[in-house]
Design a protein. Structure first.
Length: 503
């Protein structure tokens, strides 16, 4: 049931008529060395079906044993999300058939999650939105199906499908928000900010590599609309497995525009899962959404309950790292930057890079200037992430040092960055190879100035006759003749001196 056309309502109009309510379920693959209920390795990218055993293949008689590291990581995530930690809880069987799930049930948690009732504060345009966390629970990932022979890569139209069970049984944490209300027109941005903050939190905790493009963090985004003035929530759709931060934002925007058009035309929203398409920014219908009772949950009889001792939970709480929001507040003070500047750095994924550059000896203002200016521009041009540019924070720090010492000006520094990014070596090697030092030699500078005065007799006369402003053209000439390597301030001084103007 593929839709052939989708009618959208302009975003602004949709927001005048409806109020969006969001909900986000995020799956995070934990970075444990072994799987959730067996000892199989979890390394990404192995040859298909080489990281499997009777337990994760669901062979009869195989018994699961819970991974203690995964439970500890989940509790740490729950604590970082301000959740309560269950004193006693169980795993549950979620029963459904899917070819990439060999047991025909998934071991998950149902009404007894390990962590519950927390929150995460996220910031958009300098304003804090508190996103409630309903639950954080632990489950196992499924295998991966690949549908062969069709045009779309989906099962419809495929000739056959193949299954890789390497991923089956990898520990998966599911983080479910409470309904997110009151975001209004900022709903797409709040959704993105939440996913971003959650990713940063996972990184800070060191529990997952959170690579969205590899699927180790993926978001299911629920959107519903409620007519203005109503207090009754609309029917929601769930856009599955959105796998980039930008796509989280785009999928929310698209669903608001699509649902608003359906509702305004007197239609009704079908409760269903939807797929997000990166190329068009649109969602299309998936399958109708199951209700919890369809899964026939019951407590998993092969596993003992989890009952983390309070002393253990307190111990984990005491060893949580500095959380991203706390760290940003600290850096804002240390670097003397505004909340909006910090948000810009954060959105550009530049905070860690600036921090490392400062640690390598650069003043914070300079580190921020280069990463957010010249380097961000180059990353943008080449379509790479800032962190993936072929330059290290230490190299950026070295360039700021060369500028501070007077050996480079900003223009030359940009050429040094260009050389380093092109693989020409370290900043010092690029300076040497390209001959980029500022002309500090007074004799050399003096010779250039004499030549420029001779070549621009008119301008020189004007300056001699008191039109000091005309010296600008001569300074420009010196910079040009030195190919940008002269110190413009010193050149101006010498020019005025030579033309008999003081001050
Ligand atoms: Zn296994």
């Amino acid at each position: 049931m593929t839709e052939t056309t989708t009618t959208l309502m302009a975003y602004d109009e949709a927001l005048v008529r409806f109020e969006p309510v969001l909900g986000i379920e995020t799956h995070v693959e934990l970075g444990t060395a072994s799987k959730m209920f067996c000892g199989c390795p979890t390394v990404f990218g192995g040859a298909p079906n080489t990281q499997v055993c009777p337990v994760c293949l669901g062979l009869p008689g195989a018994l699961p044993v819970a991974n203690a590291q995964a439970i500890e990581s989940t509790i740490r995530i729950g604590l970082a999300l301000n959740c309560s930690i269950a004193e006693w809880c169980r795993f549950a069987r979620k029963n459904y058939f899917y070819p990439d799930m060999p047991k025909n049930f998934q071991i998950s948690q149902y009404d007894e999650p390990l962590c519950f009732d927390g929150y995460l504060d996220v910031e958009v345009d300098g304003k804090v939105h508190r996103v409630g966390i309903e639950r954080v629970h632990l489950e196992e990932d499924t295998g991966k199906s690949t549908h062969m022979g069709g045009a779309t890569g989906r099962i419809h139209g495929a000739d056959y499908s193949i299954v890789d069970y390497n991923r089956a049984g990898i520990p998966l944490v599911e983080i479910v928000t409470k309904p997110i209300e009151g975001t209004d027109s900022l709903a797409p941005e709040v959704a993105k900010a939440y996913a971003t903050e959650l990713r940063e939190l996972m990184r800070a905790l060191g529990v997952s590599d959170v690579r969205m493009e590899e699927g180790s963090m993926r978001c299911d985004v629920n959107v519903s609309l409620m007519p203005r003035g109503s207090s009754e929530w609309g029917t929601r759709t769930e856009t599955k497995n959105v796998n980039s931060l930008r796509s989280v934002e785009r999928s929310v925007r698209h669903e608001i525009e699509r649902q608003a058009a359906v509702l305004a035309a007197g239609g009704r929203i079908v409760q269903e899962t939807r797929h997000f398409h990166e190329d068009t920014g649109a969602t299309t219908s998936g399958r109708s959404k199951e209700e919890a009772q369809d899964y026939r949950y019951f407590p998993e009889p092969d596993l003992v309950p989890i009952a983390p001792a309070r002393s253990f939970v307190e111990e984990l709480k005491a060893t949580l790292p500095e959380l991203p929001s706390v760290k940003r507040a600290r850096l804002m003070a240390e670097w003397s930057v505004s909340a909006l500047d910090m948000e810009a750095m954060y959105n550009a994924d530049a905070v860690d890079l600036v921090e490392a550059t400062v640690a390598a000896g650069a003043p914070a203002a300079d580190a921020r200037k280069w990463w957010m200016g010249e380097l961000a521009r180059r990353a943008n041009e080449s379509g790479t992430a800032l962190a993936e540019l072929a330059i290290t924070p230490a190299q950026v720090a070295r360039v700021t040092e060369l500028v501070a010492s007077g050996a480079l000006n900003d223009k030359l520094a940009r050429q040094v960055f260009e050389g380093v990014l092109a693989g020409e070596g370290s900043p010092d090697e690029v300076v040497a190879a390209r001959g980029l030092q500022i002309v500090n030699d007074e004799g050399e500078l003096s010779a250039i100035i004499d030549q420029v005065i001779a070549d621009n007799a008119d301008a020189a006369d004007k300056v001699r006759n008191g039109k000091v402003a005309a010296v600008g053209a001569l300074v420009g000439g010196v910079m040009k003749a030195s190919r940008g390597k002269a110190d413009a301030g010193r050149a101006r001084e010498l020019l005025l001196e030579k033309l008999g103007v003081t001050g």
